[in-house]
Write a new protein. Sequence first.
Lengths: 237, 191
Amino acid sequence: GSITTANGSALVKLGNTTVICGVKAELAAPTVDSANKGYIVPNVELPSLCSTRFRSGPPGEEAQAASQFIADVIENSQIIEKEDLCIANGKLAWVLYCDIICLDYDGNILDASAFALLAALKNVQLPSVTINEETGLSEVNLKQKNPLVIRKHPVATSFAIFDDTLLIVDPTAEEEDLATGTVTVVTDEEGRLCSVHKPGGSPLTGAKLQDCITRAITRHKEVKKLIDKVIKSIKPN
Amino acid sequence: PPQMRGPRSKALPDRALVNCQYSMATFSTGERKRRPHGDRKSSEMTLHLKQTFEAAILTELYPRSQIDIYVQILQADGGNYCACVNAATLAVIDAGIPMRDYVCASSAGFVEDTALADLSYVEEASGGPQAALALLPTSGQIALLQMDSRLHEDHLEAIIEAASGACRAVHAVLDRVVRDHVQEVTALLGD
């Protein structure tokens, strides 16, 4: 990946919007009620350097809303089965910290974050961990690395709405500011809908929404091809 | 661009205020870093950056305004402060803010009687003496020199030489990049 200190990473540029995602894996004990599940913790950061609209200090509402959106996408689309992250039932599991940092904000942060997350997860190489039966301690083998099992590939497509007449795909910051509403549709590779995110804004007819979903499905195919091409071109090290 | 922000009481009447923020991405180091800003190392780096750039930027040209410099570290492999200074120099030039000279920085250290420039994380962690030097290359003036270890004064000369050589090399690269970029941009604007 782009960042060698992270277990997996990806840098995505969507027009001028630049987002980098780093995935770091740590070991933890699973909770009692889901003893065979690991954790995935996404975090979206919109630092002051990406745009003058963000002040430094605690994360603003846009960053928190984006973090929640990414958490929902991971949960709903089942991109990774949490059971796959479990090493020893009830004792040890992986925690994947996915940190998404925006480097340049020019609109459509949700799409870019989702792509970066997907690409970074595809890039993750986890070392194999075994539990020593006698001591009960874990042994990490850094030489033997396995990639993550990615079950579904969700892709987000955002639209800016202008008064129920005009729809613009992949809006820039200027278009987003002038728009009367936004819609984000997340689809997976089987043409199924994972989630639709329409946070208020001007109302949209059912027909228009159907149109958005169809376009999102088409766009999914193009994005998937691009991601596959890039992943194949990475030389294993 | 310089803009009026923040409480007006902080504004200086005759100069621009330089405000820096240094932040490390959580995935930038081997172990996931819990607190990207606000910890002591970050605050120290922020202060050093601020002092370095106050010396270099012609702040008298922008009274009662503030220049914000934000640096984000994506991957840390030694020489964090130096990479920040070099990146911030390019950013300030890109913003069109006039500076006295490029500010180029490099770290240098001593390992087994040889002076090394631009230390990596492994070399820094080995515990030998190390220094960070920020230089204004054309005039040869030192903007900042920081060292936190014990070093025999005979070796000081060698370390400063090594760091200055590295700074001049960095200056050559930065200068070429800036000139190429300006040529590209003027060609596009001209057509």
